[in-house]
Design a protein around this ligand. Structure first.
Ligand code: ABV
Length: 234
């Protein structure tokens, strides 16, 4: 999968060189290219923002540098390319959306500042053949810019690309994939600081263990995330 990122802070994305995604990039499973929006300015101060039409606080990102950056990235892009616009005004990012985006041949993340990018940039990108645009929010809180949101989404999507996570079974048993939170996990020793591992896990009875784990998932989900439960189990 090809991922392009446009940002005024390209150095933020240095973390993509490490850990699981760093290895995936070395193995060419992910081709991540970071672009500096300011490379598409032409004034001495490399200006990327301006005051909002209609008044109000803060600055809005000017359309021209974005238009030029996206022209360079999107000309000749494959059918199915998705432009992901991190925004507190977007639809909530979910595991289901991560799964869908992991199927795209190419993703382009546009990292704007909080007050946003001139809306015409997004509207124009959506007119390009083969391109769809998704405004996506990481959650109901405000970040200073789209960079951290893009990073979180890239990690959630990237680990679903075949080969990135070594053991594909570990992708399906996890929290959120089954609509329930994960069951609690334990390893040795069987007693630690007076706290015992639940005895059922030492029983060798795999059917009983599976039943217990599912009960734990339902109980934990009811306690901390009742909104995730289907009505039958609430
Ligand atoms: C994108 N806050 S997504 C840009 N929760 C600026 C702020 C912001 C996002 C989110």
């Amino acid at each position: 999968m090809r991922i392009d990122i446009v940002s005024i802070f390209p150095e933020f994305f240095g973390v993509l060189d490490v850990s699981l995604l760093g290895r995936a990039r070395q193995q060419r499973l992910l081709d991540v290219q970071v672009h500096d929006l300011r490379d598409h300015t032409h004034d001495r101060h490399r200006t990327v923002d301006d005051t909002p039409y209609g008044g109000g606080a803060g600055m809005v990102m000017k359309p021209e540098p974005w238009g030029e950056a996206l022209d360079a990235i999107l000309d000749g892009t494959p059918e199915g390319t998705v432009v992901v616009v991190p925004s507190p005004a977007g639809t909530p990012f979910t595991q289901a959306q991560a799964r869908e985006l992991a199927l795209a041949p190419r993703l382009v993340f546009t990292c704007g500042r909080y007050e946003g990018i001139d809306q015409r940039v997004i509207d124009h990108a959506a007119t390009r053949p083969g391109v769809t645009v998704r405004e996506v929010s990481l959650g109901d809180y405000v970040l200073n810019g789209g960079e951290v949101a893009a990073m979180a989404m890239i990690e959630a999507i990237g680990r679903l690309v075949p080969g990135v996570v070594g053991n594909p079974e570990s992708l399906t048993e996890e929290s959120h994939e089954g609509g329930l939170l994960e069951y609690p996990s334990y390893t040795k020793p069987a007693v630690w600081r007076g706290h015992e591992v639940p005895l059922i896990l030492l029983s060798g009875n795999h059917g009983a263990i599976a039943t217990w784990r599912h009960e734990q998932q339902v109980e934990r989900t009811r306690r901390v995330r009742p909104d995730l439960l289907p009505d039958a189990e609430a």
